[in-house]
Design a protein around this ligand. Structure first.
Ligand code: FES
Length: 346
């Protein structure tokens, strides 16, 4: 039997410690009604401020341009919206917790409790006693006695889930709301018709003869640096990074579009369709591209098909050709979203 009663078998009593046989020190709020009132206002203020911060979160989410960046020493350049959403949601939950602690420390009964442990099972009388203890605890907590605290706490708890709704909204909202869904965001990259393909390491244009059969090179679009400068982040690289691989044209079994190779050179996204690791492990003999994260394997001679591992869809292919000067260029953007497929495509 588990017997939980304040002061052992004695009713709870302020001003006495049964654990250490010393006088119990009363708090200021126990003896001074004005101090108790002050503590009540402190607690209510924290819950109220929490509500205001939730409103600030919503305003930040709506008003701040997602591309606006600020410089913060140590952290460098960061998105203003990210900072504001983190600060407001973090502080709002912190203030609910801090208010609850203040409430418990300053206003709830300050008594020591002795818990006698006996058998693990709970007979009916113990259950009844627990229910009685619960009712007594409810009374002692002052939930009914401090209506302003009760109301502000309920208000703060009611508003607190709202930020999560705004964040989750990004996962399913479509173009009508002005917020793109993940498949829309991942469906357009910097690639477009006549966009030059640059070697990622050197930033140089590349000709077909620069890439021998069996070779692989990581590449990016020619307007990448300009876009990164404008956006102040790496998002564009995360979507537009590709690999170029050359094989004999006769070895190509299938592609995602007719004539999307150029003389045996095929271009595929570099971002794994499982959870988005960058890939560049290529097995020349089998034309397999292996992701180092969870071993998904894609057959680049067969339309980027998944031949092993957890990836659920082909590696997206980029259609390419050469311009008038013989440099490799894209002929269009990817025909399907790049990157991980954690979301459901329509
Ligand atoms: S990210 Fe490539 S297999 Fe998981």
């Amino acid at each position: 039997m588990t017997d939980i009663t304040p002061h052992g078998s004695q009713p709870a009593k302020l001003g006495h410690s049964p654990v250490a046989d010393v006088p119990h020190a009363l708090r200021v709020a126990d003896t001074d009604p004005r101090a108790a009132k002050r503590a009540e206002r402190q607690v209510a203020s924290m819950f109220l401020l929490s509500m205001i911060l939730v409103v600030a979160f919503i305003v930040s989410f709506i008003m701040i341009d997602k591309d606006t960046v600020v410089y913060i020493p140590v952290f460098g350049v960061v998105g203003l919206m990210t900072i504001m959403l983190g600060l407001t949601s973090g502080l709002s939950i912190f203030l609910i917790g801090a208010g609850a602690i203040q409430w418990a420390k300053k206003l709830m009964p300050d008594v020591e409790v002795v818990q006698m442990r006996h058998e693990m099972t709970s007979p009916a009388d113990a259950t009844a006693e627990a229910a009685a203890n619960y009712e007594r605890g409810k009374d002692e907590s002052g939930f009914a006695r401090y209506p302003i605290i009760r109301r502000t706490l309920i208000g703060a708890m009611a508003l607190f889930p709202i930020p999560a709704v705004f964040l989750l909204r990004d996962l399913w909202s479509g173009g009508e709301s002005g917020i793109e869904s993940p498949d829309e965001i991942l469906s357009h990259t910097l690639w477009r018709e006549n966009m030059h393909i640059l070697v990622a390491e050197t930033g140089q244009k590349i000709r077909p003869e620069d890439l021998p059969v069996g070779g692989l090179v990581s590449a990016v679009p020619a307007n990448l640096a300009e876009e990164q400068e404008r956006a102040g982040n790496q998002d564009a690289l995360g979507k537009a990074a590709i690999i170029l691989v050359r094989m004999e044209p006769s070895e190509i079994v299938a592609q995602q579009g007719d004539g999307w190779d150029y003389q045996g050179i095929v271009a595929y996204s570099k971002i794994c369709t499982h959870v988005g690791c960058p890939i560049a492990l290529y097995e020349q003999r089998t034309h397999h591209l292996l992701c180092p994260c969870h071993q998904s394997t894609f057959d680049l001679a067969n339309a980027g098909a998944v031949v092993f591992g957890p990836a659920a869809r082909n590696m997206p292919q980029l259609p390419i050709t050469v311009d008038n000067e013989g440099y490799l260029v894209a002929t269009a953007d990817f025909a399907q979203p790049v990157g991980p497929s954690f979301w459901e495509r329509g």
